[in-house]
Design a protein around this ligand. Sequence first.
Ligand code: 9MJ
Length: 677
Amino acid sequence: MSKSGDSVKQIESLRDQIRHHNYRYHVLDDPEVPDAEYDRLVRQLQALERDHPELITSDSPTQRVGDTPIKAFGTVEHRLPMLSLDNAFSADELHEFHRRVIDRLELENDNDDLDYAAEPKLDGAAVSLLYVDGRLERGATRGDGTRGEDITHNVRTIDAIPLRLIGKDYPSTMEVRGEVFMPKAGFEAYNQRARDAGEKTFVNPRNAAAGSLRQLDPRLTAERPLDMYVYSVGVVEDGELPGRHSEVLDQLQEWGLKTCPERKVVKGVAGCLAFYDDLGGRRDSLSYEIDGVVYKVNSLADQRELGFVSRAPRWAIAHKFPAQEELTVVQGVEFQVGRTGAVTPVARLEPVFVGGVTVSNATLHNIDELRRKDVRVGDTVIVRRAGDVIPEVVSVIDGRRPKGTKPVRLPRKCPVCGSKVSREEGEAVARCTGGLYCPAQRAEELKHFVSRRAMDIDGLGAKLIEQLVAIDRINTPADLYQLRQEELAAMERMGEKSAQNLVDSIEKSKGTTLSRFLYSLGIREVGEATAASLAAHFGSLATILSASEENLLAVTDVGPVVASRIRAFFDEDHNLDVIKRLQDSGVHWAETEPRAAPDDGPLLGKTFVLTGSLSGMTRDEAKERIQSLGGKVTGSVSKKTDFVIFGEKAGSKLTKAQQLEVATLDEAQFMKLLAGI
Ligand code: 9MJ
């Protein structure tokens, strides 16, 4: 065979393998090979396509993200209208729906064993995908149901959407429909990033999905964590589909399309309600937002007989969960002060029942967000409470603003201690500069100090701390160790016994570890992991106290910002004083030998980053090997990184390495490197 014939074969085989692994990973959520193997296949294909550009086809897995923005969206006519759903807000309304179905189908009596396909109602953007001869030809929004927008360039970037169907016997033309959505974690992470950068956030995951699909530049859509479940078919030509909705979805899944794993066939209204209760109970733990459950008559013959009215089918209904967004009125905007002095605007609201609880406070995150949303006292606002997330003000209803309102301003002085409030360059957060002089910061700092993962002082709750701070009995954590049983017993809601228990647990907390002690100090940016790294690296408090920023940078996970925070903390005399008093009170730990970095070795001067899990050793073991050979291991990838070692489930660090063209080694290559030294 000719050389280019070989390449054609090789390219086809690689594409098939990649499609298969995409399917296992994105659709079945059951990957067959480690990410490293998948990445290798993609790189091989990319290399072959670079050598043979004439062999690149638009359905190649390498061709998801186009590099030219479109000028405007084209219009797509839906040959079959894209329907929306009628809603039921109660079990009674569901019974009425079922009654209408039974009557129209002329079934007997209650027919409580009629099959319904029950599925979550996803809160995203409805999308139509057209496959011709198994290739994704076109993606479109629902629009008004008859006409939507052509978003092919964007749907192609979504990994869950196959560019080519797999398996066989799919119809030559098949339009599938479903919901594109942004999973909760991706939504939260996106908004946090946007907030930190002072940029606009998405109001909810639905808007995030819809907004992401309406980008002219597909490279922007590709950066958004979008997913899709298909839930119905539209136009079908030259092909057969099964006779039940549930079987159609099973079949679509076999052809490579992703369907929701929570779907189930249930019997009658009782089955629907049991499904609703079960899913409602698990709503918060699902990784994506749902706003109810959809029931569809499972038999497609019955569906055809029932038909539809205006834009909604008679054979389906959406049974809604209690709303997660409601309207209420802002009674005030206050500023709360946290442990690190962060001054956070909070809206006091007329109490409203939303997301299953009564909400009377909602966060406004930071002053930029408050300005952007321009929330004023007296405004009617949308408040949102989804799952365990703190309730937040989503937006103001413009038309309902009373006359004479004024924008809310960031207070110049801390509302608790009166110190100046300042904002560092480039930071979204404003802070009280009072430090431990500020009772709010002091109380929050103490709550952190006594918490389970810090000094673990049992029996010292938030209320008692606030009382002790209010009467100026405790100013710093060191004062805790001076508390006597008698005075505690005299505090509100304390008795002899609980006071004694508290004194005992304060005493017990004196024996701790360096790592816990460092964490409990509440140094900004020093979480548990960094505290543990510092303790292991330096071995004793004295060496940490005298470490320069440069020494600190040698510790894993410590970058320039963290190093400067640590140095700044230990440069404050009052912090050193607290530490000394704590030690004088008997707080102690076992010091260890510093894990000194060797000043010689074959890897001297080389910086490594480890990501993903290795199969032959833990990441810590790998780190020790590198360090023992003179190399440095850091937590984040930059241009200064020499090698990124990646294992299974490697994430953004690997992507970043590739972007920065930093050398990457998989586990086998890394072992080879070690063996060759
Ligand atoms: C959503 N939004 O999850 C339908 N939907 O079916 C589900 N929407 C639908 N089905 C026919 N699961 C029209 C709309």
